[in-house]
Write a protein that binds this ligand. Structure first.
Ligand SMILES: Cc1cc2nc3c(=O)[nH]c(=O)nc-3n(C[C@H](O)[C@H](O)[C@H](O)COP(=O)(O)O)c2cc1C
Length: 153
């Protein structure tokens, strides 16, 4: 199974989180390629059986709880693409002191739906990644483990 983890980050947290997810897949002999959202193209992502989208939540043009700005051109490129029957999963980093905690996750889920992709598991929302890295890592590991179980089922 080919897996891609597409991410964007401002302070490195989402990149670290992507690495934790990839390491967990590796323990199950599954290889996940980590890709920056910038430069990721529809034709390329169609080569993967599972695409995981990851983003922090951020302000964007006066709106709160938005995906990282690099997701804007990415989403534009994908307009009109058909990913019917293709598997996706989403995770986000955020901070529950903001009004729209992990708001980016909803945007990414809507994006997957617009492509007719299939969300294979409940999305993961990490609160304060750097505040308790051990807890955050555990949440990411548990989420990936359950994803693997689901994929094998
Ligand atoms: C300017 C700014 C705006 C943010 N807006 C939100 C938000 O609307 N919702 C949320 O849950 N977190 C918000 N956050 C928190 C970040 O998403 C969180 O710190 C995340 O871990 C950053 O991930 P990164 O290290 O990958 O950049 C914001 C942080 C900053 C600095």
């Amino acid at each position: 199974m080919k897996i891609a983890i597409v991410y964007a980050t401002n302070s490195g947290g989402t990149q670290l989180a992507a690495q934790i997810v990839a390491e967990t897949f590796a323990k199950h002999n599954l290889t996940a390629e980590i890709k920056e959202v910038q430069g990721s193209m529809p034709a390329d992502l169609k080569n993967y059986d599972l695409v995981i989208l990851a983003s922090p939540s951020w302000d964007y043009e006066g709106l709160e709880g938005e995906p990282h700005p690099d997701y804007r051109p990415f989403m534009e490129k994908f307009k009109g693409e058909d990913f019917s029957g293709r598997k996706f999963a989403v995770f986000g980093l955020g901070d529950s002191s903001y009004t729209y905690f992990c708001g980016a996750v909803q945007h990414l889920e809507d994006f997957v739906k617009s492509l007719k992709g299939e969300l294979v598991t409940q999305s993961l929302r990490i609160d304060g990644f750097y505040l308790d890295q051990q807890k955050s890592s555990q949440q990411l590991t548990d989420w990936t483990e359950s994803l693997v179980t689901h994929l094998n089922g």
